[in-house]
Design a protein around this ligand. Sequence first.
Ligand SMILES: [Zn+2]
Ligand SMILES: [Zn+2]
Length: 335
Amino acid sequence: MSPITDSPSGVIERHIPATAPQEHHVARPSAKAIERQELLDAFAPSQLRWDNLSWVVITFIVGMHVAALAAPFFFTWSALVAALVLHWATCSIGICLGYHRGLSHKSLKLRNPAKFIATYFGVISGEGTPLMWAATHRVHHSRSDKEGDPHSPYDGTWWSHIMWTFVKNTPRKHELLIKQYAPDLAQDATLQMFERTYAWWLWSTAFLLYAIGAFFFDGGALLSTVGLSWVLWAFCLRTVVAYHSTWFVNSATHIWGYRNYDTTDHSRNLWWVAIAAYGEGWHNNHHAHPRLARAGHRWWELDPTWWAISALRLVGQAYDVDDRIPDRNSREADE
Ligand SMILES: [Zn+2]
Ligand SMILES: [Zn+2]
């Protein structure tokens, strides 16, 4: 046999003959371990420096907040209804069901068209591409409240809530993130398409909302205050409210609330985040049993995202749903 062969991982390794004299040296970390450490270092709070900020993300987030503050001055009832419907669609279906329980944890699988629609709603939440979101969340579970956690409140409350998003996402960081934490998802053609066209979906949705408001509720006016109302309410304010719902899961539910399970992190169950984030506030339950499709484990821990999963399963659009309810003393390994 040749001393050089392909390993299962695809990396060419050199086999040392059994008779070769053994050197005594300290074991070096593998290339994978070195790359993983490089990635975890890229998530450290010390990366938040003036020369390492993502001005695209900062401008977008600040701009959305300013526009959200302007929304009350352009109120219309139709825009309010659109904002409420889209808040549920993006936050519960897009982020909680699609990005989080579906992609990050594989608690369920979706058939098309539900798969495409849920992913689209995740994309227009403005919280990043599906691959980036799911992989970053997996880092959170693997390093929760330890060094390398992308957003632990024990590195600072504001850091965990919003400021961690301000750090530049270099191509190298993105490559390592997907390679290390989402190689299984990276092959998916739908996710690849959204990865390439992310910004297009976001901006065309804003344009579509303006067009719907102007065409159906303002007599087709080209310059329409109703169209503007739809953009400010159903795109900007809706996104900002959903941002903070998601970010409270990262910050508040690792600080306040009660614990059903004795996990190794500081995760908590917090009722008002559960309301704001469609069930994701039962975060201690989730860290104890990350693969389960339902986050509420007691009868009064209401989980609207689980209701949506159940409805999709009923019509055959969701399958392989992990619908177990664990007993109180059990805990799966977090990952
Ligand atoms: Zn957490
Ligand atoms: Zn999770």
